[in-house]
Structure formats: structure tokens, C-alpha cells
Design a protein around this ligand. Structure first.
Ligand code: KG4
Ligand code: ZN
Length: 336
């Protein structure tokens, strides 16, 4: 018999993601983003995101079914992001998933968004090594995880004490007059500049913990740019972008490898939107090679928020025999 067909629904931030996975095979990954509606505010506006999810849900599900070439009635289980994320945004996905699962008479699985960022890599690179260390870096989270088993056991080793890494990219981009979301623009500008032009501070660099801090760096960049403008000089955008980016990826890769060493783990996975950063990918590869650590990074379309990652973790839960969620499972914005 065929492996179970799992529908995955993601609405924790500004992407309405719907994925279809059979076993560990990716069949569809449809994403509708409201990012352009938030651009003029310089950040994601929760109410705007919730309304956009509501409007995009049905068409995005239909698009995913079409991509996969399956019918609605073929679905064997529904998985949905239960948290963490924006409360109102999560609620739209959870309500939709409950309705779909009840209507179909199939089990419902509420999943953790961060664990799903890890599980998605299996769709591209095969079964995850057990254990693996995962570095998750996006606009909403910066976390180091120890993952003995993505369906049953995910342990948080550290996270940011202030801004998320992607948030720092977005805020620094704004200071430099680059559009939102700023990460890709900083990445591109930095390619023309020098990462050693300005020595920006590296928060929590060697404090021994596996936590991050990016707000001091963000402030240092803003001060540096202000001072330059006060002098009447022109701001060397490429050099500032490259030096800021270097500071972020230096700390991220250093702490990720510190976690590998500390826990004796030889596999590192990097996920989340910031994993698309070209300098992060290059430096991580360089440092992993030197340390004898194997590196896995999903392709960019699977790193940013999407429904396939939710379906991937749902599929893992179905296979593991862990029971389905209760029908009254809440959307939990601060799910640990
Ligand atoms: O995972 P994601 O799509 O959404 C969440 O925040 O959950 O991540 C979006 C973040 C944004 O902050 C964006 O600026 C950042 O990922 N990002 C990048 C790059 N591409 C996206 N940051 C640095 N370099 C990039 N190439
Ligand atoms: Zn995410």
C-alpha cells in the first residue's frame, strides 16, 4: 500500500504555506506571502498577516492539490503549526486544519514550527542523523537545538536574548536605506564590500553559553552610520553591510560548532530564512570542514517558512506511531 499522504499547513508569520508529503517524498509546496503588504511598515503587522492568511488559505490548498496531482479525499492526515508564532496568524491555520481534518475524517497533528524547520531537510537529504545539532535562524527565531529524534525529542540549547538574526538583518538594512525584508539586500550589497572594513562588536562571542545577542551589534551599526553622516561623509553601504554580515555569521557559526563539540555531535543542520545567506553558507562549510562536521542546509525554498516542512514533520509523527492531537488543540504563540 501507498505511504500516508499528509497535508501540512503553516501560518505562524506572514507566509501561508501548504505542503503535501507522501512518506518522505515532497509532492507539493505552495506558498502565498503577504510580505509586500508589510513592507511599508518595515516589519510584519500581525492583523494584516491574519487577514491575508484567511484570504489565501483555500486557494493555496487548491494550488497544492493541483501541484501534487491528488484529490482532497486522498489525504490521510493533516498537520498544522500549533506554535510558536503570531497568535492571530496561528489561529487561522489551526482552525482551517481542524475543519479539513474533521471534514475528511482523518487525524490532526499540531506540530512545533521549529522542529518542522529541522524535519524538512529529510525531504531533500534523506533521514536525519540521530542526533544532529540544528541552527535555526530567521526573522522570528535564532536557536541552537540538540535533536536526538525530531518527532519525539528536541532540546533547546540556546537562543537569542534579544533580536533574532533575521530581525537584525532587517533593521540594519533599514539604517542603510535598503528595502524590507533586508536580508537578501544586505547579502547582495555585501558581495561588493569588505567584511573587515569595520570591526563591529560580536555579542556573547565567547561567554561560554549557546545564546546569541544581536541588538548591541544593530545599535553599533546605527551609531557608526549616524557618526559618518554627521561628519558629512558618504556611507560606504557595501562595506558596512559586509562588516555587519561578517559579525553575525561569525558568531552563528562559532556557536553552532561549539554546540557540536560540547555534545560530541558530528552533524549540523542550518535552517530558517537566514540560511539563504551566501556568506553564512560559505563560512559554515569552511568551519565544518575544518572541524570534521557534516553540514546539511536545505535549499532556500525549504528554509523559509512553508507548508512542506509542516507536512514533513506530520509525516514523521504518523510514522512514529505517536497519537494524533486532540480536536481542541490550541494555537499556542509561545509553544516551547
Ligand atoms: O524563515 P523566514 O522566511 O521567516 C521567518 O522569519 O520565520 O525568514 C525571513 C528572514 C528575514 O529576516 C530575511 O531578511 C532573512 O530571513 N533572510 C536573509 C536572507 N534571505 C532571507 N538574511 C540574510 N541573508 C539572506 N540572503
Ligand atoms: Zn520559521
Amino acid at each position: 500500500a501507498d505511504e500516508p499522504l499528509v497535508l501540512g499547513i503553516e501560518t505562524s508569520c506572514d507566509e501561508t504555506g501548504v505542503g503535501l508529503v507522501r512518506g518522505s517524498t515532497l509532492l507539493a509546496n505552495a506558498v502565498a506571502s503577504s510580505v509586500e503588504e508589510h513592507a511599508r511598515f518595515g516589519g510584519v503587522v500581525p492583523e494584516v498577516a491574519s487577514r491575508a492568511h484567511l484570504e489565501a488559505m483555500t486557494p493555496t490548498v487548491e494550488r497544492a492539490l493541483e501541484q501534487a496531482g491528488v484529490r482532497f479525499s486522498d489525504i490521510d492526515a493533516v498537520a498544522v503549526t500549533a506554535g510558536p508564532g503570531l497568535a492571530g496568524a496561528l489561529l487561522v491555520g489551526v482552525a482551517a486544519a481542524k475543519a479539513y481534518a474533521m471534514g475528511l475524517g482523518v487525524p490532526l497533528y499540531g506540530v512545533n514550527h521549529l522542529a518542522a524547520h529541522v524535519a524538512v531537510d529529510q525531504l531533500e537529504h534523506g533521514p536525519l542523523p540521530k542526533p544532529t545539532i540544528a541552527l535555526l535562524v530567521s526573522g522570528g527565531h535564532s536557536s541552537l537545538l540538540l535533536v536526538p529524534d525530531v518527532a519525539r525529542d528536541v532540546i533547546s540549547l540556546g537562543s537569542t536574548v534579544d533580536d533574532a538574526a533575521g530581525e537584525a538583518f532587517d533593521k540594519v538594512a533599514r539604517v542603510l536605506g535598503l528595502p524590507f525584508p533586508g536580508g537578501p539586500h544586505i547579502d547582495r550589497a555585501a558581495a561588493q564590500g569588505s567584511g573587515t572594513a569595520v570591526a563591529f562588536p560580536r555579542g556573547k562571542y565567547d561567554d561560554g553559553t549557546l545564546d546569541f545577542s544581536f541588538s548591541g551589534l544593530k545599535t553599533a551599526v546605527a551609531r557608526w552610520v549616524e557618526a559618518k553622516e554627521r561628519e558629512g561623509g558618504s556611507v560606504p553601504v557595501a562595506d558596512v553591510a559586509a562588516s555587519f554580515q561578517e559579525a553575525v555569521v561569525d558568531v552563528l557559526t562559532r556557536k553552532a560548532l561549539q554546540a557540536c563539540r560540547q555534545y560530541g555531535v558530528e552533524d549540523l543542520l542550518i535552517g530558517g530564512g537566514v540560511a539563504a545567506n551566501s556568506r553564512l553558507r560559505a563560512l559554515a562549510q569552511e568551519r565544518c570542514d575544518a572541524a570534521g562536521v557534516r553540514l546539511r542546509v536545505p535549499r532556500p525554498g525549504l528554509c523559509t517558512d512553508n507548508g512542506a516542512m509542516i507536512a514533513a514533520l506530520g509525516s514523521e509523527l504518523v510514522a512514529s506511531g505517536i497519537g494524533a492531537s486532540a480536536w481542541d488543540i490550541p494555537a499556542d504563540s509561545s509553544l516551547p
